[in-house]
Design a protein around this ligand. Structure first.
Ligand code: ATP
Ligand code: MG
Length: 269
């Protein structure tokens, strides 16, 4: 079975209640085997990232979105473990500043898009502008409802200019979120991560689910597909994201640059 089972087909209507956050279809053998496979994929990703950097043409944009405690940070830590920080960047999108709000919502995003040879991971992204913004009615419906098309066009432009785009929705259950929030309260080293505001967002779980369903249904395109990643089990989430990244980079058919001719005769004195 392939990770394609998690890709959202362009134009398909997504109903998240039909996606099991505890699904293990790609690794029924369980956690130990899953971790071993992820370890192998880590090594492959490391080599592919080096090649991407050396070739210096393709650009890779990875978008991570999830409900609070969904595991964006953990995914970044585990999946990119071992890659060269020189070619891998993370851009985190928080509540916009006054200057950012004074511009259109894609203004702050575009400048973080990857350059040649780079991988950029968006920890939250322009999708917040049709998620939190929609749920909290921060702009009128007439405004946010136009954004799906803008976003598809924006991503199309990046793709046309050499950017490979992969988007992951880390899908956790409401019960799993309860446990993770509880754990943040219980463990002294995790308390700093607990924000009361997360409870207010949790209370709007169904509104967020509807907003995510609209995102997944309307913005999974051939040039920038969404993957709904079962994320209640962290090891499985890491495995699925790693798998998609490695398989996608392999398909780019990248080459190391040609070396100078005549190097065989070079002797270093
Ligand atoms: P995270 O929750 O992603 O792990 P964090 O806990 O370090 O990050 P938060 O203060 O929770 O930091 O920052 C993210 C917050 O910013 C989220 O509540 C998110 O919805 C909000 N946010 C991001 N982009 C926007 C936007 N365009 N408009 C309004 N709020 C936004
Ligand atoms: Mg937070």
């Amino acid at each position: 079975m392939s990770h394609e089972i998690y890709r959202v087909g362009p134009g398909s209507e997504v109903d998240l209640t039909r996606h099991d956050p505890r699904d293990l279809a790609l690794c029924a053998a369980g956690k130990r085997e899953g971790r071993r496979l992820t370890g192998e994929l880590n090594a492959e990703l490391e080599a592919l990232q080096e090649l991407l950097w050396a070739e210096g043409w393709h650009k890779l944009l990875v978008v991570l979105q999830a409900m609070d405690t969904g595991g964006k940070d953990g995914t970044i830590r585990h999946v990119f473990d071992g890659t060269n920080p020189q070619g891998v960047k993370v851009a985190s999108f928080k509540r916009p500043t006054a200057e950012e709000l004074a511009h259109d919502y894609l203004w702050r995003v575009h400048r973080h898009a990857p350059g040649s040879g780079e991988i950029v991971i968006f920890n939250r992204s322009h999708y917040e502008d049709v998620l939190v913004v929609r749920v909290h009615e921060l702009v009128p419906a007439a405004t946010w409802s136009r954004r799906y098309d803008h976003i598809n066009d924006f991503e199309r432009r990046l793709a046309d200019e050499g950017t490979t785009i992969l988007k992951f929705f880390l899908h956790i259950s409401k019960e799993e979120q309860r446990e993770r929030l509880q754990a943040r309260l219980a463990e002294p080293d995790k308390r700093w991560k607990f924000a009361r505001g997360d409870l207010a967002e949790r209370a709007r779980w169904d509104d967020y689910r509807a907003a995510y369903e609209a995102v997944l249904s309307r913005t999974s395109t051939p040039w920038a597909p969404w993957y709904v990643v079962p994320a209640d089990r962290k090891w499985y989430r890491n495995l699925v994201v790693s798998r998609v990244l490695v398989d996608t980079l392999k398909e780019l058919d990248m080459r190391f640059p040609e070396a100078e001719v005549g190097l065989d005769d070079v002797v270093i004195e």
